[in-house]
Ligand binder design. Structure first.
Ligand SMILES: C[S@@+](CC[C@H](N)C(=O)[O-])C[C@H]1O[C@@H](n2cnc3c(N)ncnc32)[C@H](O)[C@@H]1O
Length: 283
């Protein structure tokens, strides 16, 4: 379903306003491929007709469905492996020392897609940190996509999805087979709380975070939004916490308060003195 320039412009604006995702010129094919099914399912003869209809009504669930359809939800278990090695070898051991008196850890996995990232972390904690058994561990996983959040909460994955990065011993230990799918066991599922949160809008009050993982989402945003999000991450992070981005992302030339630290083949970011600290909640 080819689209007109006006239709492209309509969806480009809608998606950027509602999610921060930038659709540059040349991305017409993305709209055509992602929205053809939405248009068909809603009984429209074309994507142009869908745009006309949406343009004539206030924001509703169909606009929302369109925005969600334009998100890229690519993810996998232990994605890029090195960040998880850094968490296991350095970040978690250091936090265990720092928080020994509180026996409490807060992790925020922002843009968690279908859940592989926060569940990977939860399995890793179970596997390698028996010491944390008596701690209060809160793993908050958020995303803009309600479809992804529903899938993540269900913890149900196809064989193809399981083949992407999950070591066999963990598959056997933490999943049960149900038909052709695999379902994550409750002991891991209950370690993660999934909530809807749009990074481009105002965030709800969040607890001070020891680890913020915000991987492979800011690549879709423009510089102004990236800067604004990094400023708010600073307010949510505890001063001695850790921040992690995707391998193609950086805080460099966006926010000088973040100090880059290399841990083997992974990069983590920590806050430098002056700008560190939580200024307020509800950012
Ligand atoms: C490529 S996935 C990354 C998943 C995971 N963090 C990883 O690295 O494997 C990007 C996710 O960001 C989410 N996303 C896009 N825009 C968002 C926004 N404005 N607020 C919150 N999540 C958003 C998408 O729904 C998608 O699930």
């Amino acid at each position: 379903m080819a689209i007109t320039a006006a239709t492209f412009e309509y969806f480009r604006k809608l998606v950027e306003q509602r999610s921060g995702i930038v659709l540059e010129a040349g991305k017409e094919y993305l709209i055509e491929s992602r929205l053809a099914q939405v248009a068909r399912a809603q009984g429209f003869a074309s994507i142009d007709d869908l745009a006309t209809d949406l343009g004539n009504t206030g924001f509703n669930s169909l606009h929302r469905q369109v925005v969600e359809a334009m998100t890229t939800n690519e993810t996998s278990w232990f994605r890029d492996i090195h960040p998880f090695e850094a968490l296991r070898k350095r970040v978690l051991p250091e936090l265990i020392n720092l928080r020994a008196a509180e026996s409490r850890l807060n992790v925020w996995c922002a843009a968690s897609s279908s859940g592989q990232e926060p569940y990977t972390l939860a399995m890793m904690i179970r596997e390698h940190f028996p010491k944390l058994a008596g701690w209060k561990i809160q793993i908050l996983a958020t995303d803009i996509s309600t479809a992804m959040l529903a899938k993540a909460r269900a913890g149900r994955y196809s064989q193809l999805e399981m083949n992407r990065g999950l070591p066999a011993p963990l598959l056997i230990k933490y999943f049960r087979k149900d038909g052709t799918d695999w379902v994550i066991k409750d002991e891991i599922r209950h370690m993660v709380e999934f909530r809807e949160l749009n990074l481009a809008e105002r965030w709800p009050a969040l607890p001070g975070m020891d680890i913020v993982m915000m991987r492979n989402v800011m690549i879709y945003f423009d510089v102004a939004l990236k800067k604004d999000i990094l400023r708010r991450v600073r307010q949510v992070m505890r001063p001695d916490g850790f921040f992690m981005l995707g391998s193609a992302e950086t805080t460099l030339s966006l926010d000088e308060a973040f100090q880059r630290e290399q841990i083997d083949r992974a990069v983590v970011y920590r806050l430098s003195g002056a700008k560190a600290g939580r200024e307020r909640v509800g950012v």
